[in-house]
Design a protein around this ligand. Structure first.
Ligand SMILES: Cc1cc2nc3c(=O)[nH]c(=O)nc-3n(C[C@H](O)[C@H](O)[C@H](O)COP(=O)(O)OP(=O)(O)OC[C@H]3O[C@@H](n4cnc5c(N)ncnc54)[C@H](O)[C@@H]3O)c2cc1C
Ligand code: FES
Length: 283
């Protein structure tokens, strides 16, 4: 009889609703309620901005973006905030334990369209996780892009995600990395204020810029509008949306957002497609 993992892998080729079984090979606590899991169990090609449905067996499934390097297809990396039963169970998995995986799903960041442009990456809180694969790709193919700006906002210094990496990136001479926190006390010597305040000082060519935004919807709306005011075209401002998901393949309608399904048509959309929808609370 085939081992269980092989049987699941073979089945998932035929049925996109059946998870493959992978294994946690590394676990790292990033900040108080956020854990990064590294997973192995097959080849995992994905595009920056895509997500997987991860299963905590016996608890349930949740949509989680890939947060690792797209150049490393042997190991999948996900960064998860414990907000409810499934995400908490995922963050409590230990090295060696099985984890279910369906995906990758969705349309990711417009890496090709960004070529030749100044690229403005704006992340709020955990929004840095879905953007990290795009950053790895931008850095790996640095010569293809104009200026690269990473503007990152967190609630407080204790909420800064991937801090070591941010500091290493800030040391590079060919990208600009600026962080801010909403509020700080004591030993914080950096910027204080919402991430939009960084945008007013950022230097880029608005007529040849492309922006990638991920974070709370209200943050993305303010940043998108500020970019439009600076002259960036709304078709060149991209944001990643989240809604509760079940199937992740366009069958169930759970993730419907106006006329689009976030799982199938997104999660990354140009602002021009969402502009009339994103401000409406009931959608
Ligand atoms: C495309 C996509 C990518 C995602 N990427 C990540 C990621 O990289 N890391 C991560 O930690 N989370 C990510 N999420 C969110 C994650 O899927 C939810 O937090 C998770 O499903 C919550 O499930 P739960 O059972 O733990 O909590 P639940 O009990 O279902 O919910 C707990 C609380 O979170 C709210 N909630 C649940 N799902 C969502 C959602 N999708 N958006 C906003 N609020 C929600 C609920 O309303 C409730 O207030 C992503 C979601 C989507 C759709
Ligand atoms: S989650 Fe089922 S249609 Fe998107």
């Amino acid at each position: 009889m085939a081992p269980m993992a092989d049987a699941f892998s073979a089945a998932s080729i035929a049925d996109p609703m059946i998870p493959r079984v992978a294994r946690v090979v590394k676990r790292r606590r990033e900040i108080a309620d956020v854990v990064t899991l590294e997973i192995e169990g097959g080849a995992f090609d994905f595009a920056p901005g895509q997500f997987n449905m991860l299963t905590a067996f016996g608890v349930g499934e949740a949509a989680i973006s890939v947060s690792g390097d797209p150049a490393n297809s042997a190991r999948l990396v996900h960064t998860i905030r414990a907000v409810g039963a499934v995400s908490r169970a995922l963050t409590e998995l230990h090295v060696g334990e099985p984890i279910g995986l369906r995906g990758p799903f969705g349309r990711g960041w417009p890496m090709q369209e960004a070529e030749g442009s100044d690229v403005i990456v704006v992340a709020g809180g955990l929004g840095l996780a879905p953007l990290r694969p795009a950053l790895y790709r931008l850095f790996a193919e640095r010569e293809k892009y104009g200026r690269i700006l990473l503007l990152f906002g967190a609630r407080s210094p204790a909420d800064i995600l991937f801090r070591d990496e941010l500091e290493a990136w800030r040391g590079r001479l060919d990208i600009e990395v600026v962080a801010t926190v909403d509020h700080a006390r004591g030993d914080w010597r950096g910027n204080v204020g919402v991430v939009t305040t960084l945008l007013s000082r950022a230097q880029f060519s608005a007529s040849n810029a492309l922006a990638m935004l991920c974070g709370p919807e209200i943050m993305m709306r303010f940043v998108a509008n500020a970019l439009l005011e600076r002259g960036v075209a709304q078709e060149r401002v991209y944001l990643s949306m989240e809604r509760n998901m079940k199937c992740a393949i366009g069958w169930c309608g759970h993730c419907q957002f106006g006329p689009v399904f976030i799982c199938r048509d997104g999660p990354v959309f140009p602002y021009s497609q969402l502009r009339g929808l994103i401000a409406k609370k009931e959608i």
